[in-house]
Design a protein around this ligand. Structure first.
Ligand SMILES: CC(C)(COP(=O)(O)OP(=O)(O)OC[C@H]1O[C@@H](n2cnc3c(N)ncnc32)[C@H](O)[C@@H]1OP(=O)(O)O)[C@@H](O)C(=O)NCCC(=O)NCCS
Length: 413
């Protein structure tokens, strides 16, 4: 027995060292990482609550049964005799998602795998040593084949992440930045008053709940598939979209319910804490309906939903205009009314849940026209630092020629 000699003491390696490997963390290592990154991503949750949420997020639709993978960069030359614990030089997660692809000459959509990457993190004491960079280089390569055994081509279609550190860093690693505009609708007294007085579309708006969500997702995907085939031909570019499917929507909604059930536990608020309204649908004639599915986001402060209300946001995860193909950029009056009615319900829900604004990501030209015609108060926001959709493409095309269709909040992870 005795203390380790000088040459036995573990020295942190260079980021280019061949001994660095991308692998998966143990349960203890995951917990250590979550404990450290709670400050970044805990939002309104305490550390204890966050340490419950992260494992929970591996048990819900989309991520359960291995749908989510945790990754770390570590050093294979480390051994327990050198003391301490295995070094975690950088970490992240990936989620296996269904993607749809249409090339200009295609007559049918190709289904494939696209990985969403999240929680890229380096322990504070290791930052600036290029460990995250090394992990991302390894990850970009690894994800091409990851969980693709059932694919005919054996390759994933793409991987995507939402950068919170601007457009440059990930672009240099191969994840090109895509449009990051959103339209913000403030929850002002004025907008709320309008919802009562104007009441356009009143009586024909129905709530979206867990009961009818699945069917609507099926309709949405069918329409999206048709839209992509058309768009690929029109633009002469390969189109890709994350499938706006039931599992993807439920991943967001279960996550939202988990957080709200904690925040509203001891705070006065609506009686049904896990809001049964997950969106709204306007219009009765199939083919002309408009709907939106949404989730809530709380920034916290002292752990109350009433903290930071002006920052708290109701995100439109997905907006569907059933008649998109025939509307052009000059929508008909019934669609304008339906859109306005849906957005007014979103604003009312936002007010109910202490959310100061409603955000809608990357509206299409048609949706921009609907917003203008709705006369709802709004402002466009070009994000240049946070949640920048960024994609690595594994196909033969240049990523800059890829059209990301339905680049909306539901894709985010
Ligand atoms: C971002 C992060 C993962 C980088 O880890 P790292 O191991 O230090 O990264 P590297 O050494 O490979 O690269 C450092 C680069 O990241 C850049 N960077 C780090 N934080 C940044 C920020 N908030 N905004 C812009 N750039 C940032 C550095 O300026 C440096 O840039 P350079 O390559 O031009 O010199 C780490 O700082 C971290 O965990 N931050 C907190 C969590 C976070 O923001 N994660 C990213 C979520 S998208």
């Amino acid at each position: 027995m005795g203390s380790a000699s000088q040459e036995d003491v573990y020295a942190y390696p260079d980021s280019k060292a061949p001994s660095l490997v991308l692998t998966h963390p143990t349960e203890d290592e995951k917990r250590r990482t979550w404990t450290l990154n709670h400050k970044e991503w805990g939002g309104a949750l305490t550390l204890e609550e966050y340490l419950k949420r992260e494992p929970y997020l591996t048990t819900i639709p989309l991520t359960r049964d291995g749908g989510m993978t945790h990754w770390i960069l570590t050093d294979s030359s480390w051994s327990a005799e050198k003391g301490g614990s295995r070094p975690i030089l950088a970490s992240c997660e990936s989620i296996n998602k269904r993607v749809l692809v249409a090339a200009p000459s295609d007559t049918a959509i190709r289904d494939g795998v696209g990985h969403g990457v999240g929680s890229v993190f380096t322990y504070p004491e290791h930052r600036g040593n290029r460990y995250a960079g090394r992990m991302l280089n390894e990850l970009g390569v690894a994800l091409r084949k990851w969980q693709c055994e059932k694919q005919v081509s054996q390759d994933a279609v793409c991987s995507a992440l939402w950068s919170d550190i601007g457009k440059k860093y990930y672009a240099q690693k191969g994840w090109a930045a895509f449009p990051s505009l959103h339209v913000e609708f403030p929850v002002s007294a004025n907008q709320m008053q309008g919802s009562e007085e104007k009441g356009k579309g009143k009586g024909k708006v129905t709530p979206i709940t867990y009961e009818n969500l699945g069917q609507l997702c099926e309709v949405d995907e069918k329409l999206l598939r048709e839209q992509m085939l058309r768009k690929a031909k029109e633009t002469n570019r390969t189109c890709v979209a994350f499938a706006p499917d039931h599992d993807t929507m439920r991943w967001h909604l279960y996550r939202d319910d988990f957080i709200a059930s904690i925040l509203f536990k001891s705070s006065p608020g609506p009686t049904n804490v896990s809001s049964s309204i997950k969106g709204a649908l306007a219009g009765t004639q199939e083919g002309r309906r408009v709907w939106a599915v949404w989730s809530r986001n709380y920034y916290g402060g002292s752990g109350k939903p009433t903290d930071n209300v002006e920052k708290n946001t109701l995100y439109i995860l997905r907006l569907v205009i059933e008649s998109e193909a025939s509307e052009g950029e000059n929508p008909s009056e019934d669609v304008v009314e339906s859109f306005t009615a849906v957005m007014r319900i979103a604003l009312r829900e936002a007010a109910t849940w202490n959310l100061g604004k409603v955000d809608l990501w990357n509206p299409s030209p048609l949706v921009k026209a609907l917003i203008e015609r709705s006369a709802l108060q709004h402002r466009p926001v070009e994000r240049d630092a946070e949640s920048i959709p960024s994609m690595m493409w594994y196909g033969a095309e240049d990523i800059h020629n890829i059209e990301w269709v339905a680049n909306e909040k539901y894709c985010w992870c």
